[in-house]
Ligand binder design. Structure first.
Ligand code: MG
Length: 307
């Protein structure tokens, strides 16, 4: 049977891009519900300097609160060596690094050139791998940059070569502001694979800013990619366009893959319930399409019962 795995980013990428600051217990509860739905890879927080992202300033406390479950991997984003060390102290054994394929985006995001970020990320990967920690590396703006427009695939290829040489085990290709289209996704992935990156090492991180996340994720799947990043309910807006959709909604992808006979290992109803829980916590309606459908169907069912 064909399979695809979901890498759930809502507790980190979702919350980082939401205004609400949630209590640590609520985050742990959300993560517990995601685990209950069958999600095996969850990016739970980020070890950036607490004052940079107040929503995630409880990183170490949260990690210590999480239940250890066989087969479940909790990932943390680490910006640099100091962040990696804090993550390791908390007990994290899976880390994600990040940098951008576009110079302007990278500079605006972390106030460093791509070259400077690469050196820092290589150091993080080396230290982590020496300690037996698993590493996934995000590359942002692979399919377009909000400042520069088109991003040459050569930028991505150069970065991938360095990340793999340093020991990164998976590369997540990011469509950071939802600019990609399925044809471009096919072209970029085909090129990256042709240049030597095994397709098993690729994940895609699509954004639904313009409604293309699901189509792009499916295009990646068709080329052999077997891990997709998603955020329950589509949690996490787009930082460049207030009110716009951001992360690909996990339920939309799980529904579609399962409907196509591709096993995700996830209980869609339980995942949808986790999305509704997240929405209650945030106090704003989440944009995921399956999420909205699910809520509507339940509201109608409840109305029918009381009528
Ligand atoms: Mg994202």
């Amino acid at each position: 049977m064909s399979t695809v795995s979901l890498y759930e980013v809502s507790p980190r990428d979702g919350l980082q891009n939401e205004a609400a600051v949630l209590p640590t217990e609520a985050k742990a509860e959300l993560i517990g519900r995601l685990v209950g739905a069958g999600v095996k890879d969850i990016e739970v927080t980020s070890f950036v300097r607490p004052r940079w992202i107040p929503q995630l300033s409880d990183a170490a406390e949260l990690v210590r609160m999480l239940p250890r479950v066989e087969g479940v991997r909790y990932w943390a984003l680490v910006p640099n060596r100091v962040g990696l060390e804090r993550a390791m102290e908390s007990g994290i054994r899976h880390v994600a690094t990040f940098l951008s394929a576009s110079e302007t985006h990278n500079t605006k995001n972390v106030n460093r050139t791509v070259r400077e970020s690469l050196a820092s990320v290589e150091e993080v990967i080396g230290v982590a791998r020496d300690d037996g920690i698993e590493v996934r590396s995000y590359i942002s703006t692979v399919f377009g940059c909000p400042y520069e427009g088109d991003v040459p695939v050569e930028n991505t290829l150069r970065i991938i070569e360095r990340l793999m040489a340093a020991g990164a085990q998976r590369i997540s290709l990011g469509d950071t502001t939802g600019m990609a289209n399925p044809r471009q996704v096919r072209e970029v992935i085909a090129r990256v694979v042709a240049e030597g990156l095994p397709v098993e090492s690729i994940a895609v991180h699509m954004h639904d800013t313009r409604g293309t996340a699901l189509a792009n994720a499916l295009a990646a799947y068709e080329l052999g990619v077997r891990q997709v990043d998603g955020s329950v309910g589509g949690m996490g807006g787009c930082p460049y366009a207030p009110g716009a959709s951001g992360n690909a909604a996990s339920e939309d992808m799980v529904f579609t893959f399962e409907a196509m006979g591709i096993d995700t290992g996830i209980d869609l109803e339980a995942l949808a319930e986790a999305g509704c829980y997240a929405e209650t916590l945030l106090g704003r309606e989440l944009p995921g399409r399956f999420h909205l459908y699910w809520k509507g169907a339940h509201a109608r069912a409840a109305k029918a019962r009381t009528a």
